[in-house]
Design a protein around this ligand. Structure first.
Ligand code: FE2
Length: 434
């Protein structure tokens, strides 16, 4: 066999062995290069919004002008701002880098399911946002491990085409990885979407950026992506929760202490014990490192957090858990303690947003019974919660820039299943005890 034929045969065998369908996995795409220059514009940049308690929205943006005000003018008609809010600012330095002035301004009270027009800092372009509905149905777009490559851009285009209310991001945003200007370019990349719908994020390993003795972890992330932790009685931006349209969503930190003596654990227990399933029949949880993962990548990394916290999630009757980290897609049955369990959560790994590291191709064999669908492709998810009992989940593979619905399932909430009443007494007691 000549060399060319040998290489071709080897390539085909490799492709066939890692495929779960006829789809040929694409390679990583190159990083996007931005003509972005921090000094170029006096206008607000990197605008993004996030939910900030009932009927309120936090508007975040960056200016190079240190004297620019943290004012947001807003209203329901274009260029007619009937309300105004003032916010707070922060900034940070990182070795030789100095961030711009980062503004966080909370606006509201806002009407539900309503388009608002707004302007930041009294100058620059007008933006518009839509507030989420107060009742079902509500749709969440879900994509993790985004980065800023041409695949990322394509995934964002697909999310933009879907009619969604809130974006959920289970960690690994910019892949700045110590290069702080890349946080700025990421902010610009996502602005068209993140200025229009709330982006609710939690952090991954690429947000850590700690340098021993010099820099703490998550400095850039905490400065730029302030989430409603104070509004949810948390002491840390790294874990928090929020309610929207009958859904209680909990964001956890995979890289923050989670053992039973930790603040995060105590906060989670208190948070879950307050959930009223009449008011919020659905509970979603997001964190970065998956607990149920049959990919060879990052195998076992979530085990410790799982053994510490899974009993709490089970006792609370969590419906769906989203994770990232593994650059592929996987959906489980309802599971608990490593096995199928009709009263456990559905676990979905969706770290396939399109970052520069490419896909995680290799899966463990045999394929366990609890793992329903797994595929190493880029893509995004959509969770349409139709009512208090039914939700439709779909995963859209990025098939050479076409979004193709490749996995879909109806999920029924545990709140209507009878599971909550049947939960193990000790677990309920553990959840409710002070
Ligand atoms: Fe990660």
């Amino acid at each position: 066999m000549n060399l060319k034929l040998f290489l071709l045969t080897a390539a085909v065998l490799v492709a066939a062995s890692c495929a779960t369908s006829d789809y040929v996995r694409p390679p990583p795409r190159k990083a996007i290069h931005f003509p972005w220059d921090a000094k170029a514009s006096p206008d607000p940049t990197q605008v993004h919004i996030s939910l900030a308690g009932p009927k309120h929205m936090r508007i975040t943006w960056v200016t190079t002008d240190k004297h620019s005000p943290s004012t947001v003018e807003y209203g329901t008609s274009s260029n007619n701002y009937t309300s105004k809010a003032e916010g707070e600012t922060t900034s940070y330095t990182y070795l030789l880098y100095s961030s711009g002035k980062i503004h966080h301004t909370v606006i509201g009270p806002l009407e539900d399911n309503t388009i608002y027009f707004y302007r930041c800092g009294g100058q620059g372009p007008q933006f518009q946002l839509k507030t989420p509905p107060s009742q079902f149905p509500i749709t969440f777009a879900v994509a993790g491990d985004l980065g800023q490559t041409e695949w990322t851009k394509s995934t964002l285009d697909h999310i933009d085409q879907c009619k969604y209310d809130v974006h959920l991001l289970p960690g690994d945003l910019s892949y700045a990885d110590y290069m702080q200007k890349k946080w700025d370019t990421f902010g610009e990349l996502v602005q068209p979407l993140a200025s229009a719908r709330p982006w609710m994020v939690t952090q991954g390993n690429h947000e850590k950026e700690n340098i021993p003795l010099l820099k703490d972890s998550f400095v850039a992330y905490n400065s730029r992506w302030k989430m409603p932790y104070e509004e949810s009685n948390s002491v840390s931006n790294l874990y928090y929760s929020f309610d929207v349209a009958g859904v209680h969503t909990v964001m956890l930190g995979s890289y923050t202490d989670y053992d039973q003596s930790s603040d995060q654990y105590r906060w989670l227990k208190a948070d879950l014990s307050k959930v009223d399933r009449e008011r919020t029949p659905w509970i979603l949880v997001l964190f970065h490192v998956p607990w149920y993962n049959t990919n060879e990548a990052h195998q076992g990394e979530g085990d410790e957090m799982m053994s510490a916290m899974e009993p709490l999630l089970y006792a609370a009757g969590v419906d769906v858990v989203f994770a990232g980290h593994v650059h592929a897609y996987e959906r489980s049955k309802r599971v608990f303690n490593g096995k199928s369990d009709p009263c456990g959560a559905v676990h979905i790994t969706i770290g396939d947003g399109g970052n520069r590291e490419g896909l995680a191709h290799w899966y463990k064999k045999p394929h366990p019974d609890w793992s329903v669908f797994r595929e190493a492709s880029f893509g995004h998810g959509e969770l349409n919660i139709v009512n208090s009992s039914h939700a439709f989940w779909s995963w859209h593979r990025n098939d050479d820039d076409e979004p193709v619905k490749s996995d879909q399932v109806w999920i029924t909430s545990l709140s209507g299943s009878g599971c909550l009443a049947k939960k193990d007494y000790e677990l309920r007691k553990m959840l409710l005890e002070p």
